[in-house]
Design a protein around this ligand. Structure first.
Ligand SMILES: [Zn+2]
Length: 268
């Protein structure tokens, strides 16, 4: 059975009501999580959280606004590559990095893991790769965070074998089996938040668990089908798809599936 380990890799702060409509203006911490997935004696990462590259790449031009809008709290020893090293896991021990979407807080550490396969939705990469300047800022994309050899390392989930989803996951309708994962890791489109946004279903001893990344920012988003602040829609890719995804997560929640989000924090 597959295993999941969760890492917190820095955090940013926002008023709570940005992430959840109707929540208070209290400034809350939103951790940036990354996950280590082990299946079939192989290991993959899902996202990277923050890294020192984020500060370096947001020093100049219009992208300086990014950490001003979402103040980032990160110290170098928290970098995912360092947290893994303290556990004896080196980048070469990994089989690839799954990228849920291309917002800066999910890709900031990619350059710390050279040579690894980068796994994402083709739709997400095509919609993002050419964004620069204000267009990039609007989509929270920092082009300088992508390794120079990205194109040669990409694998697109749409080219993987489609999964006949197990009954427990049927609400998600579509999924792709992560190669060499013994069918225990399924990549699932969870569109809306960002172009080509994906999550991961992992078959653990406790059953299927859903790593939903930024498909919601708080469990209340999907439990009550309550979206974020109207201001947050400015970075959202597709509002209608976002709510359709929330509905699927709500069904998964009602069926007792365990759902983990990247940023759920101290928001009440
Ligand atoms: Zn995001």
């Amino acid at each position: 059975m597959a295993k999941i380990k969760t890492y917190e890799v820095g955090y940013c702060t926002h008023p709570g009501c940005m992430a959840l409509k109707g929540a208070s203006w209290r400034v809350c911490q939103f951790p940036a999580r990354a996950w280590l997935i082990e299946a079939n004696q192989k290991r993959w990462l899902l996202d990277t959280g923050y890294a020192s590259h984020f500060h370096e790449q947001t020093q100049q031009g219009i992208l300086q606004l990014y950490p001003k809008v979402t103040p980032v709290f990160f110290q170098n020893h928290q970098a995912l590559v360092h947290q893994l090293a303290t556990e004896g896991i080196r980048p070469n021990d990994l089989s690839g990095i799954i990228i849920s979407h291309f917002h800066g807080d999910h890709i900031a550490g990619l350059k710390d893991f050279p040579l690894l396969d980068l796994i994402c939705a083709e739709q997400g990469w095509l919609a993002t790769k050419n964004l620069r300047g204000f267009s990039a800022l609007r989509k929270a994309f920092v082009p300088g965070l992508m390794p120079v050899d990205t194109e040669a390392r990409l694998s697109f989930i749409e080219r993987f074998k489609a999964s006949q989803l197990p009954t427990e996951l049927s609400m998600f309708e579509v999924g792709y089996i992560l190669p060499h994962s013994n069918d225990e890791v399924i990549l699932i489109p969870l569109p809306g938040h960002a172009a080509g946004h994906i999550g991961v279903a992992v078959l653990t001893e406790a059953g299927w668990q859903i790593l939903a990344s930024d498909a919601a920012w708080s469990p209340t988003n999907y439990i009550e089908l309550r979206g974020p602040s109207i201001l947050a829609y400015s970075i959202m890719d597709d509002r209608k798809a976002y709510f359709a995804t929330l509905k699927k997560l709500q069904q998964a929640h009602l069926q007792g599936l365990n759902i983990s989000l990247c940023h759920e924090g101290d928001l009440l």
